[in-house]
Write a protein that binds this ligand. Structure first.
Ligand SMILES: NC(=O)c1ccc[n+]([C@@H]2O[C@H](COP(=O)([O-])OP(=O)(O)OC[C@H]3O[C@@H](n4cnc5c(N)ncnc54)[C@H](OP(=O)(O)O)[C@@H]3O)[C@@H](O)[C@H]2O)c1
Length: 300
């Protein structure tokens, strides 16, 4: 187990296959997981292969992705013991508000076939309830997550896509600080101020889209580094994210790519190469809440 912010050393990689990071809840999240998505399909066989053969025990899903029941089926079929798994799912803004959030969590757990969730996240900071400010809705929704955490239904709780001011408001309004904030993080998007804020406030930094949805894989710097390390572009991007201490969840529906994406613990990027990748930062965001997703309760 490693403290976040610790720069991974070779000996760490040799000690354990997938290192974990400690959360303020006392739980330990594997630094590498497998992402799920509502776009780009879902593969039952690929998920089973990840769980059975690749050492993956951390799955990142969401109600929004519409595959919680399928993930639950794969988990059951994999034969992997519950205590060896880390399952994250997310609360959609259409389910914000205290009672709705409580019910949505129980529904997600049921679809996943789990008695408890390892991590439950508020998916977006945006919240639209007539007569209430977004800040009020976030606070009452977060209170539901705190109560679910206290009851043990969720072993850790957090948020996603929250900026510094959202986190500051939550800190003022509520008694428990999120254990993790999951945001977009790849060579073209490195929100340093947010990362520093999370570190100072003991909020673990989770990254998503580590491959920039595949777009980083054709960048000349990534390709050149892949060549010089004898690795693939995807492995370079995933390794960079992990060496930054970010929880990293590449998504693939292809068995061979999942295998490739897991082989990142037997090499180390030199500091100057880390910096070369970091210098690609151009504040490109691939994920936007560009339409009123919060209106639907389902997974439209
Ligand atoms: N919290 C949020 O708001 C939020 C938003 C977006 C994503 N996420 C999470 O983050 C996860 C990852 O994000 P993402 O799927 O958007 O982007 P990503 O992981 O950066 O990229 C996934 C894309 O890269 C391809 N790919 C994967 N491995 C590859 C490899 N080794 N070589 C070449 N191509 C490869 C995949 O295609 P194939 O599937 O065909 O292999 C897919 O098209 C999601 O699954 C989800 O769990 C969270």
């Amino acid at each position: 187990m490693l403290q976040q912010g610790h720069m991974f050393l070779e000996e760490d990689m040799e000690r354990c296959e997938i290192p974990t990071v400690a959360l303020a809840s006392g739980q330990h999240i594997p630094i590498l997981g497998l992402g799920m998505s509502h776009i780009g399909g879902y593969s039952h066989n690929a998920l089973l292969h990840a769980l059975r053969n690749c050492g993956i025990n951390h799955i990142d899903t969401a109600k929004r992705y519409g595959n919680e029941a399928q993930v639950g089926k794969a988990i059951a079929e994999s034969g992997v013991k519950r205590e060896e798994l880390w399952i994250t799912t997310k609360l959609w803004p259409g389910d914000y508000g205290y009672q709705n959030a409580m019910q949505a969590c129980l529904d997600s757990s049921k679809r996943l076939g789990l008695e408890y969730l390892d991590l439950y996240l508020m998916h977006w900071p945006d919240a639209h309830t007539p007569g209430k400010s977004a800040r009020e809705v976030r606070a009452e929704t977060w209170q539901a997550l705190v109560d679910l955490y206290r009851r043990g239904v969720c072993r850790s709780i957090g948020v996603s896509n929250f900026l510094v001011h959202h986190l500051e408001q939550l800190k003022e309004d509520c008694s428990v600080v999120p254990h993790l904030n999951q945001v977009e993080f790849h060579p073209f998007q490195r929100p340093q101020e947010l990362m520093d804020y999370c570190r100072r406030n003991n909020i673990v930094f989770g990254g998503y889209c580590p491959l920039a949805k595949g777009q980083a894989l054709t960048h000349p710097v990534i390709q050149q580094l892949a060549k010089s390390y004898g690795r693939t572009p995807a492995q370079i991007c995933i390794r960079w994210s992990i060496q930054n201490g970010a929880i990293t969840i590449p998504k693939s529906t292809k068995e061979e790519r999942i295998e490739e994406n897991c082989k990142v613990f037997d090499f180390h990027l030199e500091e100057e190469d880390m910096e070369r990748i970091s210098s690609l930062q151009c504040n490109t965001k691939l994920i936007h809440l560009s339409y009123p997703l919060w209106r639907g309760r389902g997974h439209s």
